[in-house]
Design a protein around this ligand. Structure first.
Ligand SMILES: C[S@@+](CC[C@H](N)C(=O)[O-])C[C@H]1O[C@@H](n2cnc3c(N)ncnc32)[C@H](O)[C@@H]1O
Length: 316
């Protein structure tokens, strides 16, 4: 298996873990079943991790959409089988343009599943019902899927243009467990490109952190066994390395928290609800795991929308 194939196969893991968590009631996602039929049981700490990550990303993104009064764009990098587009639409939070990028091997499967599902199709169609597909790109009313390699900035630029992304509009970029698979120089080029061309922008990045200790080493070894080399790991040394790569590549401000911190900031009634779903005796393992993942966000706010006030405690 080539290393790019191994990286693409991580989407299967993510989709199956989410599917299991949804089937157990951690959060609601009526659309995921159309991309993943069923999933084996996963350990409770995995499901809690996905719950925390999905909740954290949504918390930040909702504030961005509200600050821009939905006059914004969302670009999901390495989106895999993510269903965020449909979930936001159900919440009445559709942006003007929602574009997903991934390798062709993933986008072609996603396009195929969407084409064969009325429940997915009816929510993306334009008023005249028109959706244009080829085997790996899709262009609908305000939803686009494009195949591109994120390490190739020129290709990303071309594909975003084809998807109708306008750099002048406020734009949120999301990357969940994606940048860590790319060499740091490639990620930096991409972040710099976005900062140079999108002047009112917000970036949400979820991935590994504190990777230099023993727990981090074991995580890396396990992935290597599966031919998956985390080439971006130098940026995952600490919360500071995570923030600095934004600050050093043209972004105005950045913040980052470990998942332990994030978990403590989530609405506690929700946390109590999900903690009752499955018995978990490995409390220490959960804390270790949460210490090795983080949510980092960065902004550029030319239009002075108040993007620097977006936080995990929105009313605080
Ligand atoms: C762990 S999966 C995460 C999928 C999704 N973001 C989620 O959280 O469910 C990583 C995704 O990033 C994509 N990816 C990694 N490197 C990429 C690259 N250089 N270009 C495009 N996609 C990439 C993979 O194909 C895969 O779908």
């Amino acid at each position: 298996m080539s290393s790019d194939d191994a990286v693409q196969s991580t989407n299967d893991d993510a989709a199956h873990c989410k599917r299991f968590a949804v089937s157990q009631g951690y959060w609601k996602d009526p659309y995921l079943q159309y991309f993943v039929k069923s999933s084996d049981r996963k350990a409770p700490e995995i499901s809690r991790g996905y719950f925390a990550r999905v909740s954290g990303v949504k918390l930040l993104l909702r504030q961005f959409i509200q600050l821009t009064k939905s006059g914004c764009q969302i670009v999901n990098l390495g989106a895999g089988f993510d269903t965020l587009y449909w979930l936001l639409q159900d919440e009445g939070l559709s942006p003007r343009n929602f574009t997903e990028i991934d390798f062709q091997g993933i986008t072609s499967k996603k396009c195929y599943y969407i084409k064969s599902r009325k429940q997915l199709l009816e929510k993306i169609a334009k008023e005249d019902g028109e959706i244009s597909f080829n085997s790996f790109d899709l262009h609908a009313a305000n939803y686009h899927i494009v195949a591109a390699d994120l390490r190739d900035v020129a290709q990303v630029t071309r594909k975003l243009h084809e998807a109708g992304i306008d750099p002048k509009l406020p734009t949120a970029f999301i990357a969940e467990c994606v940048l860590v698979y790319m060499e740091t120089s490639k990620t930096e080029a991409l972040l710099k490109y976005f900062a140079d061309h999108f002047h009112t922008a917000f970036f949400i990045n979820y991935e590994q952190v504190n990777m230099e200790d023993r727990f981090g080493e074991v995580m890396l070894q396990n992935l290597r066994i599966r031919h998956c080399d985390l080439q971006g790991v130098p940026a995952c040394r600490s919360l500071d390395t995570q923030k600095n790569r934004f600050l050093q590549n043209g972004w105005e401000g950045a913040d980052a928290v470990t998942m332990n911190t994030l978990y403590g900031l989530l609405p506690q009634h929700e946390v109590q609800r999900i903690e009752k779903l499955e018995f978990m005796d490995e409390q220490e393992l959960l804390q270790q795991l949460f210490d090795h993942y983080c949510l980092c966000w960065a902004y550029k706010d030319h239009k002075k929308l108040g993007l620097k006030n977006i936080s995990l405690v929105p009313d605080g």
